[in-house]
Design a protein around this ligand. Structure first.
Ligand code: 2IT
Length: 449
């Protein structure tokens, strides 16, 4: 391996030994940049890679809140402003008990490349808290969000850093966060957050955007193989916002999502999550806070497999859309053995590095990486920022058209970047290279930073 590249990966492994998710993403991304680093010795001269793997800024804060029963609680909040070379830091907030700096950093690093791929002016950031939203009342969520924003508001802004949602943070949380920001700032700066409700500056299509974008990207891949999405079966994971958007768009195009998963297991619905009643029920399941996918099986009378993942089901397309490291070697082998041709990552880093490498090496399998496939979400967040700064509202058709175009461009840029460096049809390396290129150019232009 290129000596400079190897030394940067080694540095990260040593320095972040306690943050395996961050090491994993750095290793995955940097490894695929090898032909670029080989051909561009100027990057080593300015130590570009060590600068890229070091967040520009990351901070920790205390978030205290009071439960309904009067007890006091303390959580930790983080915001990582990873790379601002091409625009204000942009990326979601995740509220989940397993959140710690390694998760925030891996997400911030991925976000930097993803946001670059969108072609829009957004840098990479991420944040969150180890707060567990499960079973909390609405007023507890509100007080937590208010406290979180009290700690964060000085360090964000429409031209500085623009948080959004991620796991555990949806439209309700964004509403409470924005309400507190507005109260503290005394100004209607709604471009400070995205994923807002429509009534105060949210964009139409933003709730659907990640799922819709993933399906638009998938259509590009299928077209490349001379295939059509109609009639295809899809295995999805999770039942959150992203999976909901995939179900909705897939159904519109005549495909069907046949599996969903949760912490309790997975469901198999051979007819597909295709009717309005079923698709709407996902929203209900999420807002119930029960976090159980079995509810779907009980309601619609389909199979429920407790404690299992859906990757053993024979389908045309796998779209892991739940969380990081959902697919390990064991599941990857099942997927390959089932003859699945399309492995389309959706959640951030849903595949372990060894499983990803294995799937990419299978001759019959096409692998698409999440940082390209799920970029429609953040791209539409950037469209929300554009509408907010113009003080305008775009129609659903306009936003959807732009989203569709962005996804087609991301796909094509990835294909071209891999071709350019002699890697053939490699969507994973192509996305890493194309995402890297724009950030690298901007950092080179801006000098030492
Ligand atoms: O992972 C992601 O891209 C997100 N959670 C969305 C980020 C955003 O700013 O819309």
């Amino acid at each position: 391996m290129n000596a400079y590249l190897a030394s940067v990966i080694e540095n990260v492994k040593t320095k972040h030994a306690n943050e395996p998710e961050f090491v994993q993403t750095v290793e995955e991304v940097l490894t695929s940049l090898e032909p670029v680093i080989d051909q561009h010795p100027e990057y080593e001269k300015v130590d570009l890679l060590n600068r890229m793997v070091e967040p520009e800024r990351m901070f920790t804060f205390r978030v205290c809140w009071m439960a309904d029963d009067g007890t006091w609680h303390t959580n930790t909040g983080w915001r990582c402003q990873f790379n601002g070379a091409i625009g204000p830091y942009k990326g979601g907030l995740r509220f989940q008990p397993n959140v710690y700096p390694g998760i925030i950093k891996f997400l911030g690093f991925e976000q930097t490349f993803k946001n670059s791929l969108t072609g829009l002016p957004i840098g990479g950031g991420k944040g969150g808290s180890d707060f567990d939203p499960a079973g909390k009342s609405d007023s507890e969520i509100m007080r937590f969000c208010q406290s979180f924003m009290q700690a964060l508001y000085r360090y964000i802004g429409p031209d500085v850093d623009v948080p959004a949602g991620d796991m555990g943070v949806g439209a309700r949380e964004i509403g409470y966060l924005y309400g507190e920001y507005r109260r503290l700032k005394g100004a209607f700066e709604n471009g400070v957050l995205t994923g807002k409700g429509f009534s105060y500056g949210g964009s139409l299509i933003r709730p659907e955007a990640t799922g819709y974008g993933a399906v638009y990207y998938l259509e590009n891949v299928l077209k490349h193989e001379g295939e059509d999405i109609a009639g295809k079966t899809i295995a999805c994971a999770g039942f959150g916002n992203v999976t909901w958007g995939i179900c909705k768009k897939a159904a519109q195009l005549g495909a069907k999502v046949v599996t969903l998963s949760g912490p309790d297991g997975y469901i198999y619905d051979p007819d597909g999550v295709t009717t309005k009643e079923k698709i709407d029920y996902l929203v209900e399941m999420r807002s119930s806070g029960r976090n159980k996918v079995k509810d779907y099986a009980d309601k619609f009378g389909v199979e429920f497999h407790p404690g299992e993942k859906p990757w053993g089901v024979k389908v045309d397309i796998c779209m892991p859309s739940a969380m990081q490291n959902d697919v390990h070697m064991e599941q990857a082998k099942q997927i390959a053995a089932n003859g699945v041709k399309y492995y389309i990552e959706v959640a951030n880093m849903p595949t372990t590095n060894d499983a990803l490498k294995f799937l990419m090496e299978q001759p019959g399998v096409i692998v698409a990486p999440s940082k390209a496939v799920n970029a429609g979400g953040v791209a539409t967040s950037a469209l929300e920022m554009a509408q907010n700064s113009e003080r305008l509202v775009w129609t659903e058709e306009e936003v959807d058209k732009q989203l569709h175009q962005i996804m087609n461009t991301i796909y094509q840029m990835s294909v071209d970047a891999a071709e350019k460096y002699g890697l053939g049809y490699n969507l994973v390396a192509g996305a890493n290279i194309a995402g890297f290129q724009r950030v690298a150019d901007a950092m080179m232009a801006q000098g030492i930073f």
